[in-house]
Design a protein around this ligand. Structure first.
Ligand SMILES: [Zn+2]
Length: 232
């Protein structure tokens, strides 16, 4: 089997492989995807914080109405004319007043605690919004830089691809198919020479039977690394 065209193809294909690798390894691409992730997480966090703040506001409202009820009772006591009451009645009233005062103090303390929690949640929310905006901004920059990178290599990529298509027409279809399959799996180089009865790719030694097959057919798929070994 004449594999010289296949080797020509591979030589040109190595340029395409390098081009694709530079895009795969692009820092801009990596950063864009990282920022997308950061923005998504910040969005999730801000919506969690929103519900948390809502729950806290609900609690505050509940506590404020409880406070108003207790306060009203207190005002009612103060409005009473104690001169008309017996000693026992005054004592009982004072005891109720003490109880109400203690309730109001507890509610007051709880309200202060809730207000602190709300402030902490709001501060966290503002910070998260800042992170989100920063991530969106950086994402737009990185995405733009990556798109520019894509555009820059596009003419070269197109040129190589067209040439490869031309060469492919002159190659045995079965061999071409084997090559393309491995290339898609990111195996490169696909075609490797046999070296001292070993695979030129992974250096696995070939048994005599395989060596005979290689001599007979000209090419052989390595059982270890799947590269196509060719006889030299
Ligand atoms: Zn191998």
């Amino acid at each position: 089997m004449d594999i010289s065209k296949m080797l020509d193809y591979q030589k040109l294909d190595s340029e395409l492989f390098k081009l694709e690798k530079s895009l795969r390894d692009s820092q801009h691409k990596a950063q864009a995807s990282q920022m997308q992730d950061t923005a998504k997480k910040a969005q999730e966090r801000s919506s969690q914080l929103e519900s948390k703040a809502e729950a806290l506001y609900g609690e505050i409202d509940k506590m404020r109405s409880q406070y108003a009820v207790q306060q009203k009772k207190m005002e009612e006591i103060f409005a009473k004319n104690v001169d008309s009451l017996s000693k026992e009645e005054v004592e009982s009233l004072l005891s109720v007043k003490d109880k109400l005062a203690s309730n109001l103090a507890i509610l007051d303390k709880n309200l202060t605690r809730l207000a602190e929690s709300v402030n902490a949640v709001l501060a966290d929310f503002n910070k998260t919004v800042k992170v989100y905006n920063m991530a969106r901004e950086t994402y737009a920059k990185s995405k733009g830089a990556y798109d520019a990178q894509l555009q820059e290599v596009e003419p070269k990529r197109k040129q190589i691809t067209e040439k490869l298509q031309e060469i492919a027409k002159t190659i045995d279809p079965k061999l071409m198919e084997q090559y393309t399959k491995r290339r898609k799996d990111n195996i490169f180089p696909v075609m490797v020479p046999v070296r001292d009865s070993s695979c030129g790719g992974c250096h696995m030694e070939l048994p005599v039977s395989m060596m005979n097959k290689l001599k007979e057919e000209g090419v052989l798929s390595c059982e270890h690394c799947r590269r196509i070994i060719y006889n030299v």
